[in-house]
Design a protein around this ligand. Sequence first.
Ligand SMILES: [Zn+2]
Length: 134
Amino acid sequence: MYAITKEVYFCYGHRLMNHPGKCRHLHGHSVKAAVTITRKELDAQDMVCDFADVRECVEEYVQRFLDHNFLLHRDDPIIPLLEQNNERFLALQEHPTAEVLARMIYRHVQSRGFPVDQVVLWETASANACYRED
Ligand SMILES: [Zn+2]
């Protein structure tokens, strides 16, 4: 089995509704998403796949939906205020945790035909969430 991992960096703001700690307040993160692709056999170029192709796939999604965006649960009461001020935001059906973001990126990469193994989202230098399907 061969595996390659491509890292993509981006920023977002969010808050976690009903969180008992400080994550319930508006705040932001500069994160790293590490996307791992696996194959049993190498392609004609003796690669799992081209790093640039993985980067392009992830960047396309990140730039469109996540980078410099404000990620909120759809029931967050701050949404009308953001709308009134023409602020960018993305309302999710779930809480915008690192776990949920890792799964969103995973599903996008998978939908583009890459044999994605896992996505690890580093929310801080010491904390990450991983999504994979077994
Ligand atoms: Zn946070």
